[in-house]
Design a binder for this molecule. Structure first.
Ligand SMILES: *[C@@H]1O[C@H](CO)[C@@H](O)[C@H](O)[C@H]1NC(C)=O
Ligand SMILES: *[C@@H]1O[C@H](CO)[C@@H](O)[C@H](O)[C@H]1NC(C)=O
Ligand SMILES: *[C@@H]1O[C@H](CO)[C@@H](O)[C@H](O)[C@H]1NC(C)=O
Ligand SMILES: [Zn+2]
Length: 495
């Protein structure tokens, strides 16, 4: 097919999706697409299941499910039963990921993968990860009960990843990195606090726990068309904009630094101010400097015509954090001898992040010189940004828009905008890492964010409105339907 005709074809489907919600053969409620059956499965049942999964915990009175823990195994059984209920054949791979896949007869199409993670942090909320898994299962269940599952032309697979948070082994994405094929064999020898290795845990649970078995978890890039993930936002932006759903343009890149400052330790009462070499005040000054670098980057980074860098847009989403600061000897009557602090810098634009890192490192050395203290900046970790696929993002946006016009949730706050403009979901950047980041090494990725209360996550206070859960499930349903309409048309085109 010529590129231009493909483009036209895609465009016409997008227009189709935008103008007419796909609803052939379905009984829609009075509120249009959201009612009745849709509402029961995508909202009420999804919320019931979120609560049920949220009760499956290794902790007493709080939620904790780590990689292959007893609670994770119980959760696996429950998730498998829900996948089967949605008409999906299931299996658990050699890294403990749960797969539920519909395979159309005679389809040679690349699969659409939809997933998120089933593990949690300690004292977690019930939406992080679980929301994406259960919404996907619910969307496919609607297809099953409306008789549309059997008519899908492209394989569709839901994956519940066994580990994303990395709580147990201090290493993230055990599940999705294995599927993407980027997990090194050496992972098997990594041990948890008790000295148990990944290999031990796998063996204990009757997995093969060999490098070869790990290799089998990997999907071939040719067999996969795309990966999409629904996730709670874990930030306050959608709530502030009063939108239930947002599309994600990418996941921020990240740099982690450690700054070590040596001064001279001394008596708080006897050393005159002028004679001090105090690492604490140097650290304080640097923390504040870092804040202004990231809060007002345009004061430091002006638009560079030559490289086209540092536009206002590229600076948006830049965030810097000092989350840990330790001092020695840490006593109220002692001028510290040493202060260490961590720096976490994230941005969608890698060039912006790298420039901030370089500028900050230079400032550290300068200020330390001024204050006669000795400083070192250590690079601990660096990861580039992961852009989402623009076409998937457009399709998710159209699906979200269609869902929002069909659920009870009213986006926007009834401001001065036109109704149409109000329905266009915002485009966000993800400051947090997600399985989509690991899956981007395998295939194109797209993400949909769901509004949460107060931007709170990794806490039992996590909260997502039932209606927003519904909107997310409906958007995913629309998206899957559309993917298959497109696949069917491609097939016709080929004939
Ligand atoms: C699959 O292909 C075979 C051979 O081309 C054909 O006989 C069969 O009817 C097809 N099945 C479906 C469900 O289309
Ligand atoms: C600072 O970091 C160094 C190197 O990791 C470590 O040896 C030292 O104990 C740390 N000091 C404090 C005060 O945490
Ligand atoms: C800080 O002091 C420790 C202990 O004397 C030394 O090992 C380290 O290299 C010093 N670091 C810097 C940045 O001067
Ligand atoms: Zn998550």
């Amino acid at each position: 097919m010529a590129p231009s005709s493909l483009h036209l074809l895609t465009l016409s489907f997008l227009l189709l999706l935008a103008s007419t919600p796909i609803s052939d053969g379905l009984e829609l409620g009075a509120d249009g697409g959201g009612g009745g059956l849709y509402r029961e499965i995508l909202r009420d049942e999804t919320v019931r299941r979120l609560k049920e999964l949220g009760q499956i915990s290794d902790g007493e009175g709080y939620l904790e499910r780590t990689f292959l823990s007893p609670a994770s195994l119980r959760a696996t059984g429950v998730i498998i039963s829900w996948m089967e209920d949605a008409g999906l054949p299931t299996w658990v791979d050699q890294m403990g990921n749960i797969h539920g896949r519909f395979e159309p007869a005679n389809s040679s199409k690349e699969a659409l993968l939809i997933g998120s993670h089933m593990d949690t942090v300690i004292d977690a909320g019930m939406y992080d990860g679980a929301l994406g898994i259960i919404c996907a299962i619910s969307a496919l269940k609607v297809l099953k009960v409306t008789g549309k599952l059997q008519r899908l032309t492209r394989p569709v697979e839901v994956i519940a990843f066994s580990d994303e948070e990395g709580v147990r082994f201090q290493t993230t994405f055990l599940g999705s990195a294995a599927v993407a094929g980027t997990l090194p064999e050496s992972i098997l020898q990594v041990s948890d606090k008790s000295g148990t290795t990944v290999q031990d845990v796998l063996k204990l649970n009757s997995f093969e726990a060999t490098a070869a078995a790990l290799g089998q978890v990997k999907y071939s890039p040719e067999s996969v068309g795309s990966y999409v993930e629904v996730h709670m936002e874990q930030g306050p932006v959608l709530e502030a904009l009063r939108y239930p759903l947002g599309v994600v343009k990418g996941i921020a890149g990240q740099t982690r630094l450690k700054v070590i400052i040596n001064g001279s330790q001394g008596h708080a009462g006897t050393v005159p101010m002028k004679l001090r070499r105090d690492p604490m005040v140097a650290a304080a000054e640097l923390v504040v400097t870092l804040e202004s670098l990231c809060k007002e980057p345009h004061r430091f980074l002006t638009y560079d015509e030559e490289c086209g860098c540092f536009t206002e847009e590229s600076l948006a989403g830049l965030v810097c954090t000092v989350g840990e600061l330790t001092t020695w000897p840490s006593a109220s009557n002692v001028i510290p001898g040493q202060v260490n602090f961590t720096v976490d810098i994230r941005a969608m634009d890698d060039k912006v992040r790298e420039t901030i890192v370089t500028s900050f490192s230079r400032i550290v050395l300068q200020r330390c010189d001024d204050r006669l203290v000795d400083c070192a900046v250590q690079h601990k970790h660096s990861a580039p940004a992961t852009p989402c696929d623009p076409e998937l993002t457009t399709q998710l946006e159209l699906a979200a828009r269609s869902a929002l016009s069909n659920t009870m949730t009213s986006p926007g706050g009834g401001g001065g905008c036109s109704a149409e403009a109000e329905r266009t979901p915002p485009v966000l950047m993800s400051g947090a890492g997600h399985d989509a980041m690991a899956m981007a090494r395998l295939t194109k990725v797209g993400m949909l964010f769901v509004r949460c209360r107060g931007g709170v996550s990794h806490s039992p206070e996590e909260s997502v409105l039932d209606d927003d859960v519904w909107a997310a499930g409906l958007a995913l349903l629309r998206f899957v339907e559309h993917q298959n309409v497109a696949a069917a048309a491609e097939e016709e085109e080929e004939l």
